[in-house]
Design a binder for this molecule. Structure first.
Ligand code: 3H9
Length: 698
């Protein structure tokens, strides 16, 4: 007979039977090991271990999961006792056997609590992992010491460096858990306690297991990390801590603690945690939570790279897709691209081979827009030309059913102007995908003046269904991302005109953390795209804007559009990539024509200019309310523009620099070019009030 539940505090309770006790952790939504939970668990352990008639203790979680980790919200604030590492030691050193019952997820500090118990019983569906690396940390409550004791150094290191969620069956095979069963956590806890008492479930202390050193493996992994992730701090610290696991546990735990605190102090940790919460914050707005319209059938206009990518994303999410093209051969080409994309998804493990045919059978092609009369949502991904878009939306207005959402994937054009050609502007919205649309996570949800609230909510619901990060944006040329991009990308051109080489600019930004510098990105995307835009906008571009494109224009005039033509800023020869010597000649000639005497730039100067430009325009995007909060800008850049995640996003990074310093930089740069460099008013106000961008997120 189990006694009635007694609350230790708001999140931890105990039930005591004749000879065992159950400790229930109930801290929704994910049972994070907050100060309250740690205190409750410590007090519950003290209570249970003081009762001589309690011969076994089972810890389980209420709700949807066991403990999903330390409470990330507490990081960066003064630490509060009791501390998790000591609590895990207390559990481990208990002379009364303690077992943990794991369901949902046992992650980070949650798994570390379990490793301190004397046996672990998993419930089907459980996933275990040490994902601290994604937060710029390492498992800091014994995970780097106890995991190798259970599964050996190579498997432990793989788990810690990948941060992946290990499925229950694999965890059982590895020896991370002792049993796997089905049932409700509390029932399983009762059975497990009885099993321990009856000797059917063996218990042992993890700290009493010894680890065989494996320096050769650790050296090999460290060498790989140096080649690929030298700029990141925590992966190297993970290796250092796991290396110490072959020492006596107290010594190993000391090494782990020291390395954990070092990680905690880095801006990388702050950037990655900002990214964790930012990812969730963008859709944590009332507009995203309202009632959405039902969407099952999607119509897509245009079977080019973009349209096919969007179609692939929709098909992968289980939606049915009607693809519209102007000619049969275009339709065929679209279907081929989509098929290839889906084959790629099978290869990457995103789609099972069994489901491939079924998913592809949800694709239907059409040459007649009148066939769109039954679709719930249309995404127009036609040529980027206002006249064409207006013609399409006029037709959509005529054929689509009442209540259908009419979306444009335009990356620059005015959604209000497009909506105005319909008699239902409230149904019109911008859904701006990023190429390749079935891979890139960002979806800008562009809300026009008359877009109805349930259409906005539908945009967010679609983003969720497609497993994308939906960010609300206002209407302007380029919305959030492309507007900022068109501004700061000129800095890369100015730097080159003023004396840096394209490869020097690329290298500086790659060392900052971008996967590719802007010139390599240009070569990959195709230099002809920017060239076409510059020609289209020639009449309205200022003198300065014009010379920003001078070098790129000359490269394009030679028919060099980047990778696809074998040369651009670089020459591509199989896997060999080298700076294009012809481009050097073009740059020198352009400097002479413009009367520029080249000067030299350090790597820091390059990064500072580039980032200051990006931040300046991001601030203006906030001033104009195109982005509602700094975090929205940050997530656009993390998920759409390859901004290094460990830097948190341009405005999180701006807080590291500070408003005053940014103003000082802009004013210095403006001495040479006051047309381009202007201090945004918001930045001046923030400096005057001592505010940070983080304050504007609250
Ligand atoms: C650690 O453990 C360090 C230790 O080694 C050492 C310590 C000394 N804390 O993701 P969801 C919130 S580091 C606080 O939407 P799902 C989340 O913000 C930690 N809050 O749900 C959201 O709030 P809101 C290692 C947390 O079902 C809500 O819970 N652990 C935490 O898609 C729902 O989350 C990790 O890194 C947390 N730890 O996914 C695991 N976790 O509703 C991080 C979540 O206000 N968590 N929240 O937006 C996850 O990976 C996912 O949340 C999980 C559930 C898979 C658990």
């Amino acid at each position: 007979m189990v006694d009635k539940k007694n609350d230790i505090n708001q999140v931890v309770s105990i039930e005591v039977a004749d000879d065992y006790a159950l400790i229930c952790l109930n801290n929704p939504p994910v049972n994070a090991a907050s100060q309250l939970l740690r205190q409750g668990l410590q007090d519950a352990m003290a209570f249970c271990t003081a009762q001589s008639d309690i011969k076994a203790i089972a810890i389980y979680g209420a709700g949807r999961t066991f403990v999903a980790g330390a409470d990330i919200k507490e990081f960066g604030k003064p630490p509060q006792a009791p501390f998790l590492p000591e609590l895990v030691n207390t559990i481990e050193q208990s002379s009364t056997p303690v077992i943990s019952i794991l369901h949902g997820t046992a992650l980070g500090g949650g798994l570390e609590i379990a490793l301190g118990t004397h046996a672990r019983v998993g419930i089907k569906g459980l996933r275990l992992g040490l994902p601290e690396i994604h937060l710029g940390l390492l498992p800091g409550a014994g995970g780097t010491q106890r995991t190798p004791r259970l599964v050996g150094i190579p498997a432990a290191l793989e788990m810690i460096l990948s941060g992946r969620h290990v499925p229950a069956a694999e965890a059982l095979e590895l020896g991370l858990i002792d049993q796997l069963c089905e049932g409700e956590a509390r029932d399983v806890a009762i059975n497990a306690a009885k099993d321990v008492l009856a000797g059917r479930l063996k218990t042992r202390r993890t700290d009493q297991i010894t680890v065989k050193p494996n320096h050769a493996h650790l050296d090999e992994v460290e060498a790989k990390l140096m080649a690929t992730q030298a700029h990141l701090f925590s992966p190297h610290k993970c290796v250092e801590a796991v290396r110490a696991s072959s020492l006596p546990i107290n010594e190993g735990l000391k090494v782990e603690r020291h390395a954990f605190m070092e990680c905690m102090d880095t801006p990388q940790r702050a950037g990655l945690i900002h990214a964790f919460f930012g990812e969730r914050a963008v859709s944590n707005i009332p507009e995203a939570k309202g009632a959405a319209r039902e969407i099952a059938k999607i119509g897509i206009i245009g079977g080019g790279t973009m349209g096919s990518g969007i179609a692939t994303a929709c098909l992968l999410a289980g939606l049915s897709v009607k693809l519209l093209e102007t000619a049969q051969e275009n339709l065929d080409r679209g279907r081929t691209t989509i098929t290839k994309n889906l084959e790629g998804a099978v290869k990457r493990g995103k789609l099972s081979q069994d489901k491939f045919d079924m998913v592809l059978s949800n694709l239907d092609g059409s040459l007649e827009i009148s066939n769109f009369s039954d679709v719930d949502l249309v995404i127009e991904a036609a040529f980027e030309d206002m006249a064409i878009k207006k013609e399409i939306f006029t037709k959509l207005d005529a054929v689509c059913k009442k209540g259908a959402v009419l979306a444009s994937n335009t990356s620059y054009l005015d959604i209000n102007e497009i909506a105005a050609v319909t008699k239902r502007p409230e149904d019109v919205i911008g859904l701006h995908f990023f190429s390749p649309a079935h891979v890139m996570k960002l979806l800008e949800i562009v809300v026009a003046d008359k877009t109805a609230p349930d259409v906005v909510a539908t945009g967010f619901a679609l983003a969720k269904k497609l497993r994308k990060i939906g960010v609300k944006a206002g209407v302007c040329d380029g919305f959030i991302g492309n507007r900022i991009l068109s501004y700061y990308s000129k800095t890369a051109s100015y730097l080159v005109l003023e004396g840096a080489s394209p490869e020097q600019v690329d290298q500086a930004l790659e060392r900052f953390g971008f996967a590719m510098g802007p010139h390599k990105v240009g070569d990959l995307a195709g230099l002809d795209i920017g060239w076409m835009t510059r020609k289209r906008k020639a009449a309205t571009r200022s003198k300065q804007d014009r010379y920003a494109g001078d070098v790129a224009d000359k490269i394009c005039e030679n028919g060099w559009f980047g990778r696809k033509t074998g040369q651009g800023y670089y020459v591509y020869d199989g896997s060999d990539i080298r700076p294009n010597p012809e481009v050097r000649t073009i740059i020198e000639a352009t400097r002479t024509k413009l009367g520029i005497t080249p000067k030299s730039f350090t790597e820091n100067e390059i990064v500072d200019r580039y980032m200051t430009a990006m931040i300046s325009e991001a601030v203006r995007v906030l001033e104009d309310k195109i982005a509602a909060r700094p975090v929205d800008v940050d997530m656009v850049f993390l998920f759409g523009y390859g901004f290094p995640r460990h830097r948190g996003g341009p405005l999180h990074y701006a807080d590291e620099i500070g408003a005053e310093k940014l103003i000082e930089r802009i004013e210095t740069y403006a001495k040479d070019d006051d047309h381009y460099w202007k201090v945004p008013n918001l930045l001046r106000d923030m400096a005057a009030q001592g505010k940070k961008f983080a304050d504007l997120n609250r």
